[in-house]
Ligand binder design. Sequence first.
Ligand SMILES: NC(=[NH2+])NCCC[C@H](N)C(=O)O
Length: 390
Amino acid sequence: MTSLSLKVRPMKTLDLDTPPRRFHVVDRVFIWESHHKLPKTRLTEHYKLTISKNFVKMPFFLNDRSSKVGVIGVPIHMGQPRPGTEHGPEAMREGGLISKLEGLGLDVEDQGDLFLEKHDEDIHDHPAKNVKNVGSASSQIADSVYNTIKSGRTCLALGGDHSMAIGSIYGHSLAEPDHVVIWVDAHADINTPLTSSSGNMHGMPLSFLVKEVQPYLPDIPHFDNIKPCLSAKNIAYIGLRDVDPGERYIIEKLGIHSFSMTEVDKFGIKDCVEKALHAVDPEGNKPIHLSFDIDALDPSLAPSTGTPVPGGLSIREGNYIAEELAATGRLTCVDLAEVNPKLGNDRDNETTVRSAITIIQHCFGNRRQGVYPKDYKFPIPEKVVLPMPS
Ligand SMILES: NC(=[NH2+])NCCC[C@H](N)C(=O)O
């Protein structure tokens, strides 16, 4: 077995088989080396490494879980009134999502869409709409996310409206009780049924999950299988720009970390992501759940969504968030919510799906600097010209 020569800044060289886990691989290059003592030239892989405080790892080379993905389609629409989010998973698959993930060298298991139970008779006198349907869907989603993560794969849950996150975050917590959440969205989605003016459950998922909010919730039937599993301090928002009064009150009172578009404008996306990651997990070793609502992006990039809000993230900012989270090597579950192919024209649909797929690709190891899969074979000519032994 050939060992790799690792150049560690400033001038040290280590001989190791694989890069140590506490280093961040910033680049990987092939270098032809002639060795005076060796009879032939050899091709050596060099890793340029920097020591990382945040336990940063490149998933392709270092993390088994990140290179195995379990995809679950979550065709839920009952969390909001516009039909069409149930076709979100299908639209992303038709956009080539699975083959694009495989193209990154990932082992992808597409589990298809969940067959969500449908209850024609829902409850009508509750301030939250469709509690029965959303409640039973949430436990199905939780089971499926739990099983996927337990099987050693990173879970990719394709929505579906954002009420899907009740089940996916809870299911994730059953597999990894210590997990933290980065919520990328135009909306805070932490209304209680009593603060919500719409009654739509896609605006409420976090209120069901955050322990500190529980005393302020009315009884919610059909949610017995879902337990609050998050502390307020383990959540950070990025991209907010449409927050209801009750939501702002909760965020302020509970001290939930929030990097709204104002902070993105003021500090730049790099600082916001860094601060968000540090805020939810200062030690930098907990599993991460990314809940990405496509409406976090500017409507020009994601027009086919139910509640677009102008002034959103650029695709560069979205990709940056995804790249940085992937680089932690701790991204264990990703939701991609609120793609609604029934809204807008074909062009709007295409734009939205393309944006969603780009974000997902960057969550799973694509980097704008370019990447190659773990098993990539660098082509070398059969006949190598050997230096003359001196
Ligand atoms: N996931 C979403 N798109 N949420 C939009 C929520 C809008 C509004 N805050 C509501 O509660 O109705």
